[in-house]
Design a protein around this ligand. Sequence first.
Ligand SMILES: N[C@@H](CCC(=O)N[C@@H](CS)C(=O)NCC(=O)O)C(=O)O
Length: 209
Amino acid sequence: MSNRFTLYGNFRSGPTYRVGLMLSLCGEPFSYVHIDFAKGEHKHPDYLAKNRYGQVPCLYDGKHHFNQSASILQYLADATGKFGGKTPEERAYIREWMYWDFDRLTPGIFRTRVYARGIRKADAAVVDSYRADGEAGLAVLEGWLGKHAWLVGDGPTIADMHVYAAVHFAPDGGFDLSKYPGISAWAKRVEALPGYASCEAVLPKESRP
Ligand SMILES: N[C@@H](CCC(=O)N[C@@H](CS)C(=O)NCC(=O)O)C(=O)O
């Protein structure tokens, strides 16, 4: 029997990991299509028909293609009945964290990582500015996680998965997470969840039927 979901992504992509982590925590085996950036596969008309933004990730449920990692997480929470929040208020707080993450945390961490790994080049002032944004975002997150076990409510939600996928790559960008004890303890709680897997374990380097 074929899998219910197919994920289009790239193993170096934090937003792809976000979706792969959710599928793994939901216990949903998925088919995988590797999108090779070096070959420009993300800008090929066949792929643009699935993802108008020319980006990964993209999730296919056998009928529709869904894009933008935060939106895909919300779709998967609805489709599986897992990690979506119990009340309208919880769901609003979940969206709040995800929107904040993509505005204030993810850019600082992911762009700093891209410069640290030499994938892109920029002037030192630009690199420093993104690093400062990343540290500022981590400080806000620490302010919450120093006092709360989870981002929303009393258990893990897609807000935790969204933000965790950014934090997961922070050491790779040269951020020292030992400065943030609340974040470090929360990351361990996420990593102890049944079905948790690192980015390397979740995302194959090649397509998988
Ligand atoms: N807001 C998007 C961002 C996705 C994104 O930035 N994907 C990158 C890889 S990490 C990408 O596809 N880059 C290629 C491009 O933008 O041309 C999401 O959350 O899904």
